[in-house]
Design a protein around this ligand. Sequence first.
Ligand code: IMP
Length: 430
Amino acid sequence: MASIVIVGAQWGDEGKGKIVDLLTQYADVVVRFQGGNNAGHTIVLKGEKFVFHLIPSGILYENKKCIIGSGVVVDPAVLIEEITELKKRGYLKDDSQLMVSEEAHLILPYHRRIDIARDQLFKIGTTGRGIGPAYEDKVARYGIRMVDLMDEGVFRQKLKANLLQKNLYLTEVLKEKGFEFEAILEEYLQYKKEIGKHVKDTSRILYEEIRKGRHILFEGAQGALLDLDHGTYPYVTASNTVSGNACAGSGIGPTMIDSVVGVAKAYTTRVGEGPFPTELKDRIGERIRERGGEYGATTGRPRRCGWFDAVVVNHAIRINGIQEMAITKLDVLSEFDKVKICVGYRINGEILRHVPSNLEILERSEPVYEELDGWKEEVKRSNKISELPLRAQHYLKRIEELIQLKITMVSVGSERNETIEIKNPFQKIG
Ligand code: IMP
């Protein structure tokens, strides 16, 4: 048995999709366990670009199973779009490759409208995909699950009850338009026809796979600092992005997880509102954005860019139990005379070495930097760490010292083969 959880160690967009895609070669099953189509995992394969919002990136391997777990909120229109696109491009030939938990909650059109309208009033900078409102309904216990959609009678009844209150809230509180019951019913019953074959009791299936000794890869979405409990609340997403949620969000227990791998970019980015101590609002930040193509895979919004923040990554290591780290997009930094790493936050004459829960303090913190020489040399063709420019090696070494973990993978370009793989994390588990 070997089960590995891959999580983002910053504010999302760390390049997890690529690392998951790479590690899927050693896995049998890939599982998404939280979030929804707020995520956007980009993979470049033989020059062809794929962006997944819901389907685990492992789908590009023919013989691997992919599961969308119960912790994910599913917009069926997006799921169908991804399935259709994959099939058009010659993938997902076998429908049984993709399974969706019958316990996963649905995103409905009113969730999206509420999300967008409310973000005007209380600005989080959400992706507007209805993620927060769908999770709210889940917790409030009137959410509608996949299993409900599969039973027309139950779906009708739940939709009717929900629409009563949603329309009231939309029209009276948010001053927005409401929805017609029949229109949603018809739309979703059509979706049922298309996705019904994928809807399964995935907790049971996953348990059986684990008992058979299969290798499982859990694919986290977003990042540690967007975690609902341990991130920069309230500027977070509406699910737990930490590795612990791989269990609850897929229906297995913690004794079935063997290892946690973190993914961090060689610098930092964030989309949406909220504090970001190492943000660069200058030419360097712009250059990082341009070189790194730092525009949201889901919304196209420009990402805020800044230097690598070891305080943030150490926070992620603690709340996730990360045992090894993948560093992505090292190539993006191959342009600067100097590169910086944040090692603490200066506030009121003191230096903090952790992320404070009080956002006021975080907002007012000044990053304390260590400056290193940049490398200004191409790194894309390096296959080993020793082939990297010496200064790039020093940069990685310093990060390792600061986070007290080994860097076991380094991504130096967007293609699958532009990765330095120092160790296959499945190998040591066997
Ligand atoms: P929501 O998840 O759409 O509710 O958005 C809440 C916050 O999380 C916003 O700041 C989003 O920009 C951010 N967010 C959500 N998903 C992602 C992601 O996949 N990458 C980066 N940021 C994200």
